[in-house]
Design a protein around this ligand. Sequence first.
Ligand code: EPU
Length: 428
Amino acid sequence: MEGKEKLVINGGCVLEGKTRVNGGKNTSVAVLPAVLLSDDVCVIENVPDIEDVKVLVQILRSLGAKVEYETPERLRIDPRKAEGTKVESCYAGRLRASYYLAGALLGRCGQAEVAFPGGCNFDDRPIDQHIMGFQALGAATETSDEVIRAKVKDGGKRLKGNDVFFDMVTVGGTINVMLAAVKAEGKTTIYNAAKEPHIVDLANFLNSMGARIKGAGTDMIRIRGVDHLNGTNYAVIPDQIETGTLMIAAAATRGDVTIYGCIPTHMEALTAKLLEMGARVTDMDDAIRVRFQNAYRPVRVKTQVYPGFPTDLQQPMTALLTTTPGTSYVQENIYKTRFGHINPLIHMGAEARVEDQTIIINGVPQLHGAAVEATDLRAGAALLVAGLMAQGITEIHRAELIDRGYEHIEKKLNLLGARIERESPSLM
Ligand code: EPU
């Protein structure tokens, strides 16, 4: 098993106590490219200290922006001298969200050349809707397996607002078109827009710089293009997927954990499922407490766009259900092949199979530790949850994939009673 980082979990613990969630990954990876649209300095707070953010900082610097870490979570970004329009594959290939540079650079300079994005490759993940949106706003585009090129037609500098109709609800497509449209000439309306909390957060961030965006959080977003955006000071929202992963880990270890700094209304789909299973979940203003009561019941989960059950929690939730008595069903409706966690879970003693995009899980009393490999970020999170529950030692190889989205996860879990050690080439 090749990979840089390894997490070694001595399982069978019960997580207990208080913890705090980080700023949102999927918000930060949209907000950082969006800073390029500003004509002045922006200070972004509550940015998680994760790999995807570190790569984005390198990309912004490679384009000429000045980025300083005021603290590990507070970045001061001065985009005034960012003159680059090209993002090289050595950066873009390391995360999915590098494609937001295409929308941001188009909006800033009227042109962009971004090497094809990398990130979790658990499915094909086409970007035809992003491209269609850029074209609707007046960009000429050229894409290959290696690169996305887009440029305002006829040598112009500014895109033109238009109606954009998405064929399916796409988070990335909605964000990219928002980025491209915010400084376009005239009015853009995005139909069938995604409604995820990070779409709303991005709109709030852009509006705090002087953008005119209405309707974020509904399926129709209206944008009136502006000539100029100010600098701003903005704190990104907490990460709902990290919150959910911690909630699931608490439930899976039959523990009692209170997660502070989260937004409970973002968690309603998961909260409803945990309550249905028989866990106790208490919402407070900015915290959620998850407690084991006495026994769990099997459930049916279907991933959907927000406010449905998030696909990004499908994998950790599956891990929890492997030790829930009875037969549970988890239907993955967003991605056709997001099942990289199933074989490793089976290797750890789970009884699960995939039929037509539905995972059928027969709960077993106990998983056992094993050497397993993370195939993508959330598959890695699922193996963490499984390793915490399992009897004995679990080794998660390629744990660097987990670091892409979770900040110092083993330290956070160890403070709640987990026993996780990291083996890292840099520490050896
Ligand atoms: N799709 C297309 N064409 C497009 C765009 C999307 O066919 O042009 C399809 C996708 O293949 C997928 C569905 O539409 O079947 C939804 O994809 P979406 O565009 O919403 O996903 P994304 O923007 O690529 C973001 C998150 C993912 C998360 C999804 C769904 C970021 C950087 N990534 O991806 O997060 O799973 O939304 O909520 O925000 C993760 O954090 O682990 C992660 C993968």
